[in-house]
Ligand binder design. Structure first.
Ligand code: AMP
Ligand code: ZN
Length: 137
């Protein structure tokens, strides 16, 4: 994709701090560094997001995300890790090329926060909601 930042990084047209590379996957440090070591694991093929990525490639990206997380725990002294992939602008996705954030955590409240709040009236009828999702599996 001509105007995709990650495709340009993969082609070497934009510099990046590389951590890992193979034929299908590239891992680089996120330029924003939400926490120290914040890494992006990116599929080399352009796919718009997690849901639109062929399963084999999605699995390969997740394999590398696991390895990066293990390395962050081992060498950076991280106490925890958040694995995050945004799908769609409403979910906060800004670069429409599949990638997974691996965010090392040192304390609970710095750099990165996700809060899951109760905010849905369907919670009073979960079986119906479950049936609705199940119908498309
Ligand atoms: P998302 O919001 O999930 O689409 O994440 C996109 C991420 O890409 C953000 O965390 C940005 O900081 C990061 N990013 C944008 N441009 C670059 C770049 N040139 N090198 C590394 N990371 C980048
Ligand atoms: Zn791309």
């Amino acid at each position: 994709m001509d105007n995709c930042i990650f495709c340009k990084i993969i082609k070497g047209e934009i510099p990046s701090a590389k951590i890992y590379e193979d034929d299908e996957v590239l891992a680089i440090l996120d330029i924003s560094q939400a926490t120290r070591g914040h890494t992006l694991v990116i599929s080399k093929e352009h796919h718009p997001n997690f849901l639109a990525t062929p399963k084999e490639i999605m699995h390969k990206v997740m394999d590398v995300a696991q390895r990066i997380g293990q390395a962050q725990m081992a060498v950076l002294g991280a106490k925890g890790i958040n694995i995050l992939t945004n799908v769609g602008e409403e979910a906060g996705q800004t670069i429409m090329h599949y990638h997974v954030h691996v965010v090392p955590r040192y304390t609970r409240d710095t750099g990165f926060q996700i809060t899951l709040k109760e905010n849905n009236s369907d919670k009073n009828n979960l079986p119906a909601l479950a049936d609705q999702i199940k119908s498309k599996l």
